[in-house]
Design a protein around this ligand. Structure first.
Ligand code: DLL
Length: 438
């Protein structure tokens, strides 16, 4: 059994956890009210005073924070401490123009490193391990976040950052990398380049990978695990909470444990904004319980998932997130039907003749939505002759129609044609421009 980094927190009984969360919530709310004018204003508008919040049961009395609020308060409006206390600034590009800013005190950086260390402990990462960090270093939290987790565990950090795949693989082989951290789409790219270079998993010492920053399906996981002969662990996070490490999978790979002593999760109905029944699907909302620099109250992540409260076989009691289905703002409505790119990915990876790469283009012609899906046949099955492609298209088409409910125009492209990403993959071009934020 892999080591549990912080058994006291990760395996705490539910009653004690609720008590701890309540204490931390009360303190966070008080601090936000007293030091962040934005939160004072929001709470005053709702007629809520810090004294009204006595524990987690009062969470629904509090206002939400959205990406719009972060944009309006750009850059430091949500900060709860003076600038002299800040040690690092990160930012994510966000979808609303201005970047989303996150500032960290010394304690925040330490807490964040622990979050990632808890996830990497699942892969038994420790001294002697070479952790290749192939998330981008920079304002993006992936690189430095994964880096600090590996550092906390006393492992050897190999800060390759994303891109330059051939060199990544050369170093992976020559330095005996045992653990990698990158986006799942970049892991797939590295697998392809590995084959192109005539290398195989047998040339590597890779044992485990920590993949996240974008939704990925079981099909992609199987592909990565098979190609590299490793265990692929899901790591979840978002800039607004700290970055990677808000939660991670354990060796049972049945949901993502959330570090509940630091982040209080809720699931709400994105339309009514009311909590859903326990176990139901909805939008994930987080309140930070320990953050000093930029505490967040009820931050609406837009991620769609559900919470699993049953005890996990690994011994952790920390609540689990189901696989992230997608983001409410990623959801496409095509001919009135809700479609998530992850559904297409799931179907595609059921067909081994195709690579897991895909690209969706949605447009509107003559007042009707069009839905084009680019896919690639693997080398051994590809032929430019459309007649030879037909036997492959038909089963994929039928499966998409039955699972998703809409008819795609499938285009088969030669292998390697769809653009690969070294960071978060882009799977959709919605040319209709219908997207609107609430
Ligand atoms: O992507 C932080 C991160 C870096 C997480 C590296 C894991 C590994 P942002 O750029 O702010 O932060 O994007 C956060 O990415 O709300 C989800 O929609 C998505 N996301 C992150 N991890 C996962 C995951 C980083 N494991 C947004 N599965 C989140 C699915 C994920 N989606």
């Amino acid at each position: 059994m892999p080591r549990i980094y912080n058994p006291e927190m990760e395996c705490m009984d539910r009653e004690s956890m609720r008590k701890l969360q309540s204490e931390r919530l009360v303190a966070t709310v008080k601090r936000c009210y007293e030091t962040v004018p934005f939160y004072k204003r929001k709470m005053d508008e709702l007629g809520v005073k810090p004294e009204d919040i006595r524990g987690v049961e009062d969470i629904t009395k509090l206002p939400f924070t959205t990406k719009y609020d972060l944009r309006d308060e750009y850059p430091f409006g949500l900060q709860a401490v003076p600038m002299e206390k800040i040690r690092r600034i990160h930012a994510s590009s966000g979808t609303t123009g201005k970047p989303v800013v996150a500032t960290y005190t010394e304690a925040d950086l330490d807490m964040w490193a622990e979050c990632v260390a808890r996830v990497m402990s699942v892969g038994d990462v420790g001294p002697g391990d070479v952790v290749q960090v192939s998330y981008g270093y920079g304002l993006f939290t992936g690189g430095l976040g994964a880096h600090s987790g590996a550092e906390k565990l006393g492992a050897i950090q190999l800060p390759t950052s994303a891109g330059n795949s051939k060199k990544q693989l050369m170093l992976m082989k020559d330095f005996g990398t045992t653990a990698i951290a990158c986006t799942p789409s970049y892991a797939l790219r590295l697998a392809e380049v590995m084959t192109e270079m005539g290398m195989s998993a047998r040339d590597l010492k890779l044992r485990v990978g920590f993949f996240g920053a974008e939704p990925w399906t079981w099909g992609i996981r199987r592909e990565i695990e098979k190609r590299f002969g490793i265990k692929a662990i899901d790591i979840y996070g978002l800039t607004e909470m700290c970055g990677p490490g808000v939660g991670g999978e354990c060796e049972y790979q049945d949901g993502t444990h959330v570090w509940e002593d630091m982040f209080l999760p809720e699931i709400i109905d994105p339309d009514t904004l009311k909590p859903v029944h326990q176990g139901e699907e909805g939008e994930l909302v987080f309140t930070s319980l320990c953050k000093e620099g930029m505490p967040m109250i009820r931050y609406r992540t837009r991620d769609l998932t559900h919470l699993i409260y049953e005890k996990c076989l690994c011994g952790r009691t920390a609540v689990r997130l189901g696989k992230i289905l997608g983001r409410s703002d990623d959801m496409l409505i095509i001919r009135g039907v809700n479609v998530f790119p992850s559904q297409i990915e799931t179907v595609l990876t059921e067909f081994p003749v195709f690579t897991p790469q895909y690209f969706i283009t949605v447009d509107r012609k003559d007042n009707e939505d069009t839905f084009d899906l680019d896919v690639e046949l693997r080398n051994e099955y590809f032929s430019p002759n459309p007649a030879k492609q037909m036997p492959y298209i038909k089963p994929l088409y039928d499966r998409i129609v039955s699972m998703v409910g809409i008819k795609p125009n499938i285009h088969i492209l030669p292998p390697g044609t769809i653009e690969r990403s070294s960071g978060k993959a882009k799977h959709v071009n919605d040319k209709r421009n219908l997207k609107d934020w609430k």
